[in-house]
Design a protein around this ligand. Structure first.
Ligand code: ADP
Ligand code: MG
Ligand code: MG
Length: 369
């Protein structure tokens, strides 16, 4: 390929798209992959859209295994959705194979690409301003959980090893504080203490897994609400997307991460902590949606632990932001100095707020048991 045809044009030419290439547009607000909507037109002049994505090789080191996960899960979902009388082209991602039959294409520069059926007439929300949307998001992630309840979770590859190994992350955090390569630890003693004071929660899910009280499930692990496509007209949750981090995990963490972002009253890097808390109306909407979506597949034990999922995910995330600040901002991109510290502080504010509201949160989830 000539240089100017490399990348997306080369990729577009190598998937099983119908018709002739018309155009491509950058699409959506994802932060991980480079996403395009490409348009093809058939002989009758009918246009069809597809999603074309360049996968992020620096985060996901093994794109082949990753696509194996996605094909496994989406084929399984397609069968489930058809059996339930749903529309398998709209309610799950559909992988479009490359012309050589593989579920990805490697371009001449070594970049990995994949393609999906474009799901028309949907929106995805980056900011949540009302409980109905969070309810729909929770419902979609719950249904995802429920439809995959009998998928053999152990056969999935770990696309990011130790992603929610909170103990491991805690130990790495302590080491970073000791090494203190940027001499920043003294500036954040209070925040460090906040993390250390809560060591008791670090092992809670891993202990329950070891004792067999809860079990591994297929989890999504990136349950931001913008990873649910909603119908433009009805605003109903249609399809869970962004399956890069589908791995074995615990259901409470998927719920927890949705609450961490969805039920917070402020952006992740808000500097005025008076604006940051966990809104109980939003929390309830998310819990109601998630539990209903799970449709009886969660155990009583798991439902009881949902507030802990919210607390633990928010704590873990705050710990990661703080560690990155201490190490000199090497993992999470920053757009201003101190942004990772601000992010850590909002997470810890949310954790404290949840601790104050603990009984209420527990009572909310009990209502839906
Ligand atoms: P990232 O990992 O970068 O967040 P996503 O897979 O979430 O990538 O895709 C980015 C955005 O592209 C989504 O938020 C959504 O708006 C849009 N998108 C992704 N897949 C589809 C699809 N099959 N149909 C329609 N829009 C999609
Ligand atoms: Mg996404
Ligand atoms: Mg993603």
């Amino acid at each position: 390929y000539p240089k100017q045809l490399c990348g997306k044009l080369e990729a577009a030419a190598n998937f099983c798209f119908e018709g002739v290439y018309k155009e491509e547009l950058p699409w959506g607000n994802g932060h991980i992959n480079d996403t395009y909507r490409v348009t093809f037109e058939n002989e009758q002049g009918v246009k069809k859209h597809y999603i074309l994505q360049q996968m992020n090789k620096s985060i996901f080191k093994n794109p082949v295994e990753l696509m194996e996960n996605i094909v496994g899960v989406t084929e399984f979902l397609k069968r489930k959705i058809s059996a339930n009388g749903g529309n398998p082209e709209r309610e799950t991602l559909n992988v479009i194979p490359a012309k050589d039959g593989k579920p990805y294409y490697v371009d001449s520069e070594g970049e990995y690409w994949r393609a999906y059926v474009f799901i028309e007439n949907t929106v995805s929300y980056d900011l949540i301003d009302n409980p109905e949307i969070l309810y729909e998001g929770g419902l979609a992630f719950g249904r995802f959980q429920s439809m995959l309840a009998d998928y053999p979770a152990k056969t999935l590859h770990e696309t990011i090893p130790g992603f929610h190994d909170t103990r491991e992350r805690f130990e790495t955090f302590k080491k970073a504080v000791e090494e203190d390569v940027c001499s920043r630890a003294d500036l954040v003693r209070e925040e460090i203490q906040f993390v250390l004071d809560r060591e008791e929660i670090v092992d809670c899910f891993q202990d329950l897994l070891r004792s067999g009280k809860i079990s591994f499930r297929v989890t999504h692990n990136d349950t931001k609400i913008n990873n649910v496509l909603m119908d433009k007209d009805t605003k109903k949750g249609i399809c869970v997307i962004d399956l890069d981090t589908v791995m074995p995990g615990v259901a409470m963490n998927d719920f927890g991460d949705a609450v961490r972002i969805g039920a917070s009253t402020a952006l992740e890097d808000e500097q005025n902590l008076d604006k940051v808390w966990c809104d109980l109306e939003l929390f309830e909407a998310c819990a109601k949606g998630f539990i209903e979506g799970c449709g009886g597949k969660l155990s009583q034990e798991e439902i009881k632990l949902l507030p802990m999922g919210a607390r633990l995910m928010t704590y873990e995330c705050g710990m990661r932001f703080l560690m990155d600040y201490i190490q000199g901002d090497i993992y999470f991109k920053i757009h201003r100095p101190g942004q990772n510290l601000d992010r850590a502080r909002t997470q810890f504010k949310l954790v404290s707020d949840m601790e104050h509201k603990w009984k209420v949160m527990e009572n909310i989830v009990k209502k839906y048991m």
